[in-house]
Design a protein around this ligand. Structure first.
Ligand code: ZN
Length: 771
C-alpha cells in the first residue's frame, strides 16, 4: 500500500507567493527574487510531504499564476494578439502578460479570459484556440522542477493536465472548427514532452483528466479512449496515474478499465458509490488510488469509515494494489491548521474536527499505518481520539438549534408555496407607484471604492488602536459623502457603499451563528488573489440584525430610495467551507431563513428596495447534467425564501456576474426577482441575447461600465451599449448600472465614469419612448 498526494497549495502559508508576485509586478523586486520565493515554496512543500512519509509526491503542481496557463505556455498556444510581445518580453513577463494583460509602452493587450474551475471558486485561464492551431513545446518547467526536487533528494511524480481536458477546457476563437479536432496537433507534443521527461529519469507521471467526470457524448468517449490509449501505450516503462475528481467516472468504466494504465484514481468523497463497480470490474494489472481524504473541505477525515473502505478494497484486490490519496488536489484547502490560535472565532471543538493541507497529508500516512497488520500504539491512539471527536460532534449542543431545525422542516412542508404574494406584473405597478422612477433608472451594484483609508481604519479598529465609536463615525462619514455625491450626480436608486464590509460573505459569516472564522485560512482564488472562506459548522441563524442600523442610517440621509444590500444564501454557501454532516440543501435553507429575517427587518425599517446578491448560483451547478435540476430547484427556492412574505411594494433586486447564463436561464427567471443586474459590458451586450431569447419577463440592468479596468468609458460608448440592450429587451424593463465590484476602483475613476453613465441614461430617456 502506498500514499500519494495529487497537488499542494502554492500561495505560501503566509501568502509569500502573493506578496512576491505583487512586488514583482509593481517593479519593486527583481525576477530573481520572485523566482527564489517560488523555489523556496516548492522546496518547503516537497520536504514537508517527504518528511511526513508520502510515497508519491507531486511536482509541477506549483504555478506562479495558474496551472492551465502554465500548460498554455508550455505548448506554445499563445493567442496571436500576444505575438508582438514575444520579442519584447522575457518568458516570465510574457507568461504574466497572458494572465494579466499588458498595458504599457503603447500596448493594450487583453489577458486570457478567466473562468471557474468546475464547481470551485478557483479561476483558471481559458485556452484560446485558433482554427489551425499549432503547438510547440516551449518550456522546460516540468523537468526543471523535477530536477530541482531531485537535487533536494526527493524524487517526484510530475503532474500534467491531460490533453483531452486541456482542449475541452478551452474555447474556439471562431465557429468554423471543433477544438477537440486539434488533438491531432496536440497529442504529438504531449508525446514529445513525455519522451523528454522519460529521458530526464521521470518514471511516474500523474495525468489529470477532470473532464472524465463530466458528461461525455459517445464520439467524445471514443476520442478520449483513443487519445489516452496512444499516450499511455507510447511509454510502457512509465507508470501513469490517471486522475479525475469532483464526481464519479462510473459511466466510463468500460473503456477506462482497458487503458494501458497502472494507477487509476477515484474521488471517493464526491462519488463513494462508484468504488464497488470498479472493484468488480477492473483488471488485475490496475492499482486503485482511493481518494478518501476530502480535498475540497476542511473537515478531518473519519478514519474509521476510511479504514472500512480500505479493508473492503484490500479484500477484493489486495493491499498491494491500493494507494491512499486525497480526493483531489489540496489546492482548494488552506495550509496548516496549526497557524490558527484564535479560540474566540474558531472554537476548540470545531478546530479539533478540522484538517488543512498539512493535516490531510498526515491523515493519509496515518491511514496507511492503521491499515497495516500491526499499527503502532500512537497510531491506534490517534484513531481512538478521532473516533471520540466524531462521536462527540453529533451530540454537541453547540452545533444544534432545534428551533432552526423545526423551521427548516416547516419550510420543506410549504416548499411549493414559497412565492411572492402577487405576480410580477401586479408587483411592479405597486412598486412604480411608490418609487416613481424614471425610465432607464440608474443605480450601482453596491460597493464603492475601498480606499487605503477605509482599509486602514478597519485594520486599526480590529487591532484596537481606534475605538468602535471612532470607527463607526468614520464609516458614517464615508456613507454620508457617498450619498451626497450620488445625489449630486443624479443617481436614482442609491447604495450606501459597503465601506463597513471586508468581503460580501465574510461580513455575514462573522455575524451569523453557526459560523467560525480562520486567521490564515487562505485559499487561492486566482493568480495572487486569495479568499478566506468562513466555516459553517452548525445550525445557522441570525442572532441579531446585521445591516439594519447602517441601512436605516443611510436611508435617513436621503429622500431617494436606498438599496438594502445583502448576500444571498447560495452565494454564502458556495463561498464558505460547509458542514458535511447534513445535505447542502438544508444548510442553504437555514441561510435563507437568516437572510429572510434581515429582509423583513429592512422592510420594516423603511427600505423599499432590497438587493440580495447571488453571483455564485452558476458556480454551484453540479458537474453532471443529471444532478443539475435538483440543485437548481433548491437553489431557486432558497433565494425565494429570502423574500417570502415581503410586501408587493417592496422591490427585490438580485445581482449575478457569471457569463454562462445559457444553461441556467430558466432558473434565473424562476427566481422572480423584480430586478436583476448582470455583468455584461465585456461581452458587448451579447449576453443579453440569452435573456431575450428566453423572454426574460422582469426588469434587468446590464452592466454598461467594465469596472475591471481603469479605463473611463465615455457617454457615447455607454449610450451605444444601452441602445444595443434596448434592441434586445423592452426599454421599460431596462435599468442602467455599471458592472459589479466598484470597491476595487478609485474615486476619481468612479466619479468620472458614473457621471458619464448618468448622461447616457438621460440620452436614452430622450431618445426612446416606451412601447
Ligand atoms: Zn458581481
Amino acid at each position: 500500500m502506498l500514499t500519494q498526494n495529487l497537488g499542494f497549495p502554492r500561495i505560501g502559508a503566509q501568502r509569500e507567493l502573493k506578496r512576491a508576485c505583487e512586488k514583482y509586478w509593481k517593479g519593486i523586486s527583481s525576477l530573481e527574487e520572485l523566482q527564489e520565493t517560488g523555489r523556496l515554496e516548492r522546496l518547503k512543500n516537497w520536504q514537508f510531504q517527504y518528511n511526513a512519509g508520502i510515497d508519491l509526491i507531486p511536482s509541477n503542481d506549483f504555478s506562479f499564476y495558474d496551472q492551465v496557463a502554465d500548460h498554455i505556455f508550455m505548448f506554445g498556444a499563445i493567442p496571436s494578439r500576444f505575438k508582438m510581445l514575444t520579442s519584447k518580453l522575457n518568458n516570465s513577463d510574457l507568461y504574466f502578460a497572458l494572465c494579466r494583460g499588458y498595458q504599457k509602452d503603447g500596448f493594450d493587450v487583453t489577458p486570457l479570459e478567466m473562468t471557474k474551475w468546475f464547481d470551485t471558486n478557483y479561476h483558471y485561464l481559458v485556452p484560446e484556440f485558433e482554427k489551425n492551431q499549432q503547438f510547440k513545446l516551449s518550456s522546460n518547467k516540468v523537468i526543471d522542477e523535477f530536477n530541482e526536487a531531485l537535487e533536494a533528494g526527493i524524487k517526484t511524480k510530475p503532474v500534467l493536465l491531460g490533453p483531452f481536458s486541456f482542449l475541452k477546457l478551452g474555447k474556439e476563437k471562431s465557429t468554423d472548427f471543433n477544438r477537440l479536432d486539434l488533438i491531432h496537433a496536440l497529442l504529438p507534443v504531449y508525446i514529445e514532452l513525455i519522451g523528454r521527461m522519460e529521458n530526464a529519469g521521470i518514471d511516474c507521471i500523474q495525468i489529470d483528466e477532470p473532464c472524465l467526470a463530466g458528461d461525455l457524448t459517445h464520439p467524445e468517449q471514443q476520442l478520449y479512449r483513443a487519445v489516452l490509449t496512444e499516450l499511455f501505450g507510447s511509454f510502457p516503462s512509465i507508470k501513469f496515474v490517471l486522475t479525475s475528481y469532483f464526481d464519479g467516472i462510473e459511466k466510463q468504466i468500460d473503456w477506462v478499465k482497458c487503458l494501458p494504465l497502472e494507477i487509476l484514481h477515484l474521488d471517493l468523497v464526491r462519488a463513494p458509490e462508484q468504488l464497488d463497480l470498479f472493484l468488480e470490474k477492473i483488471p488485475k494489472f490496475l492499482t486503485l488510488s482511493l481518494g478518501l481524504v476530502d480535498g475540497r473541505n476542511i473537515w478531518a477525515n473519519n478514519l474509521h469509515e476510511s479504514l472500512e473502505i480500505i479493508q473492503k478494497t484490500a479484500k477484493k484486490i489486495g493491499t498491494d494494489r491500493i494507494i491512499l490519496a486525497p480526493s483531489c488536489s489540496l489546492l482548494h484547502v488552506p495550509y496548516n491548521l496549526e497557524n490558527e490560535d484564535d479560540e474566540t472565532n474558531l472554537p476548540l471543538f470545531v478546530k479539533e474536527k478540522m484538517a488543512f493541507a498539512f493535516q490531510k497529508i498526515n491523515e493519509l500516512v496515518l491511514l496507511k499505518e492503521l491499515a497495516l497488520v500491526n499499527p503502532s500504539k500512537q497510531a491506534v491512539e490517534k484513531l481512538e481520539k478521532n473516533k471520540i471527536v466524531v462521536e462527540n460532534w453529533a451530540k454537541n449542543p453547540a452545533i444544534t438549534n432545534t428551533q432552526v431545525q423545526k423551521q427548516v422542516a416547516e419550510v420543506q412542508n410549504k416548499w411549493g408555496k414559497i412565492d411572492r404574494k402577487s405576480s410580477f406584473k401586479e408587483r411592479i405597478c405597486k412598486q412604480q407607484e411608490k418609487l416613481n422612477l424614471p425610465l432607464f433608472p440608474t443605480t450601482m451594484i453596491g460597493s464603492l471604492p475601498q480606499t487605503t483609508e477605509v482599509r486602514k481604519m478597519r485594520r486599526n479598529f480590529i487591532n484596537g488602536s481606534i475605538s468602535k465609536q471612532e470607527y463607526d463615525e468614520f464609516i458614517e462619514a464615508a456613507i454620508k459623502d457617498a450619498i451626497n455625491w450620488q445625489e449630486e450626480v443624479g443617481i436614482d436608486v442609491l447604495v450606501h457603499g459597503e465601506f463597513e464590509r471586508n468581503d460580501m460573505v465574510e461580513f455575514f459569516g462573522e455575524q451569523l451563528e453557526g459560523f467560525a472564522q480562520t486567521q490564515n485560512g487562505w485559499v487561492q482564488s486566482y493568480g495572487s488573489r486569495g479568499v478566506k472562506p468562513p466555516i459553517i459548522f452548525g445550525d445557522v441563524f441570525r442572532k441579531a440584525p446585521m445591516t439594519i442600523h447602517i441601512s436605516k442610517l443611510a436611508q435617513s440621509f436621503t429622500e431617494k430610495p436606498m438599496k438594502g444590500m445583502l448576500t444571498g444564501p447560495v452565494t454564502i454557501l458556495q463561498w464558505s467551507f460547509v458542514r458535511n454532516d447534513q445535505p447542502r440543501k438544508d444548510t442553504t435553507i437555514q441561510l435563507g431563513l437568516a437572510i429572510r429575517d434581515e429582509v423583513l427587518d429592512l422592510e420594516k425599517a423603511g427600505l423599499s428596495i432590497i438587493q440580495i446578491d447571488e453571483p455564485a448560483v452558476r458556480e454551484g451547478l453540479p458537474i453532471k447534467k443529471e444532478n443539475q435540476n435538483d440543485y437548481l430547484n433548491w437553489a431557486v427556492k432558497c433565494f425565494k425564501l429570502c423574500s417570502w412574505g415581503v410586501k408587493d411594494e417592496t422591490q427585490i433586486h438580485t445581482h449575478m456576474c457569471y457569463a454562462e447564463f445559457n444553461d441556467i436561464i430558466q432558473s434565473i427567471i424562476d427566481m422572480d426577482a423584480d430586478v436583476i443586474s448582470i455583468e455584461t459590458s465585456r461581452s458587448q451586450m451579447e449576453l443579453l441575447n440569452v435573456f431575450t431569447k428566453n423572454h426574460y419577463p422582469n426588469q434587468i440592468g446590464p452592466g454598461v461600465y467594465d469596472i475591471h479596468s481603469p479605463r473611463i468609458p465615455d457617454v457615447d460608448e455607454m449610450t451605444d451599449l444601452l441602445l444595443a440592450a434596448s434592441k434586445y429587451l423592452p426599454a421599460k424593463n431596462l435599468w442602467v448600472n455599471p458592472d459589479c465590484g466598484l470597491k476595487t476602483r478609485n474615486w476619481d475613476e468612479t466619479k468620472k465614469s458614473i457621471k458619464n453613465m448618468i448622461h447616457a441614461a438621460i440620452r436614452m430617456r430622450e431618445a426612446i419612448t416606451p412601447q
